[in-house]
Design a protein around this ligand. Sequence first.
Ligand SMILES: [Ca+2]
Ligand SMILES: [Ca+2]
Length: 692
Amino acid sequence: MKRSVYYAILAAVFVCTAASSTPTAANDTPIVVIRVDDCDSTWLTPLAALDNKSPFDYAKQHRIPITWAIIVDSANAGGIPWAKLKEYLDYAGGEPASHSYHHSTINSVQAAASELASSKQAIEQHLPGYACTSFVQPGNWYGDAYLASFGSLKNPLGAALQATYDQSMAYVVPGVAAGPVYYRHGLCASTGFDSRWANWTADMTAATLDAIAASPGSMFVFQLHDVGANPKIQITVDGAAFRKLVDRLAELRDAGKVQLMSLRDARARSVSQDVNRIGDPGFEATALGLTPAGPWMRTGATSIATSGGVGNSKYAKIPGASSELRSWSIVLGPGNYELSWCQRPEPGSGNGGLAVSLTFSGARPDAYELDRSSYANTDPNAWERKRALIRSEDGMPSAILRFMPLAGGYGVDDVSLTPAPTSPTTSPSSSAVAPLYGHCAVSWNTPANPSITWICVRSSSSCFPLQPGDGTPVAVVRAVPGTRQDVNVPMDWSQMRCAHFSVFSIMSDGSYSQPDLAEVTIDQTPPTTPAVTASCTSAGSILVTWSSADPESGVASSTYAVGSTRGASDIVTWTQTGLNRAEVSGLPVSTPICVTVRTRNLFGVESQPRTVRASLGGIVPACNKANGEAVRIAGVVTAVFGDCCYVQEPDRSRGIRVTNAPGCREGDVVTITGRLTTSATGERILVADRQP
Ligand SMILES: [Ca+2]
Ligand SMILES: [Ca+2]
């Protein structure tokens, strides 16, 4: 989708859904949403860690707005009662969201849609003055009632959800909504504040909140169930960690460092379009190891250096190839982005390259926008800014950015990911790449700009080429401004996970445009090992047939070979065909042969080979012919009698009685032509032609 169109649609959505509140100016102060699922009565139990106040009273006293995901049955009896929920909302703010009427196991669209409607109605009846406009999908909805992808939101239940509620949290995309709201029904949560995700302590909670506060433009959703001692230990958070959550949130809010609001209000927020999508981009607030859901996580010995970064600031120090620095999950709207960062080899550790990956994980298949693309410094003693282009498609789940030194250690600082729309007057647009077997067809729109003289297409397996000299040349085509152009060129897809294409305009003055981007994710799973049959049609001739399947990209080509041993190709070399059968003649008849078949998918990824043995003496097909027909057989003479001999296939699978062949001796390998007949007892007999 064109970026301008996308923004227009976003604007339209905003106008429709935020009618009750006045659109506000962009405010990039980070947003934290506290979402509480189920609303169990444990919230009303006093805890020693909260000075013998209940979690309910403690959060209320600190005026923490909570998005209560209410189960109607539970509010009616057993959970936090309606009157208490109203008391909370009246005093501390928040929102009554629906978490279904019964919270029962559901797998049908009809039953789920009924829950959507009935729970909203009941919640609004019991909480007069409050509209229920948000829905939180229960975890025990599955099958057709489980909205687990952007695609499933187009299903009937997704449509019913969007018709009933202004926003939702389904199990669609876990991650941080960084930047303008991409899709109001498309976020799961940023983290589970319970022991399913981390053994949250008070220190970890404070460190995570501080890092969030250093992440302008982000919307972070904590999902809670129970607090304190609870038999449902997995969905319970420790009382001390909860106290820190409330205390620190209140402090950060009072200091103007975060905004606390309901899910509904967060969805209606306005954020700068070009806000950096990277949290704590300068590493000034991150405490690695203490931030299980923070903007940055680590493996190995990655740490934060307290000085020596850009401008002698803090920076992330990744000491070697077994360590990694990783971002939280970033939910990105569709469009092109520029990623940039500063890097410097750690003193004395060489300059072996810093590998950078940005993966939309959870996509099917995963999309590798940067696939271990390696960056070395020009000056190993200086902080250098590197850049890469990223493309986010509509419907992609959340992205994770990773830095991993290939050798030696590197420092990273000042990371940035911002929109990078192309110029419609200079850059090609709507570029598309159609993978073909051994080829690719690239097409694009060339702007109606007479100073564009050439279109240059480059590709790479690791990143989008930034300039016309990067990556591998695909094509240079004379520009025809104002038209859609295309080119078809050979391409070996099989060694890549993702092929990145950059399409540049080259101007008459030699300058070049920002590239338009297109990519192809390679189906790396091979076709099934073929099922092969090989049947002799006559002596020395064979019909081979096979079947194989590749559910993702299809079988595009096959190769076969004939050899004297399994997998060998000493008799017929590897031969390619687009068919699933082959007839081969002129083969040896004196020994069994081996036929091996492999298939390849659209991208040339090859299946395991399958070998079948065959014996080509032709005795079986000969025996199937009518009396009097001329045949030719070959095989080994296994017995000689006064008036006949017996000839067997080279693999001894079948034999035939032969008459009129007086010269045969036991052990001879012979080829005999003749005509068939049948004895009085039904035995087939080959009457050999009189030898000249
Ligand atoms: Ca820094
Ligand atoms: Ca496949």
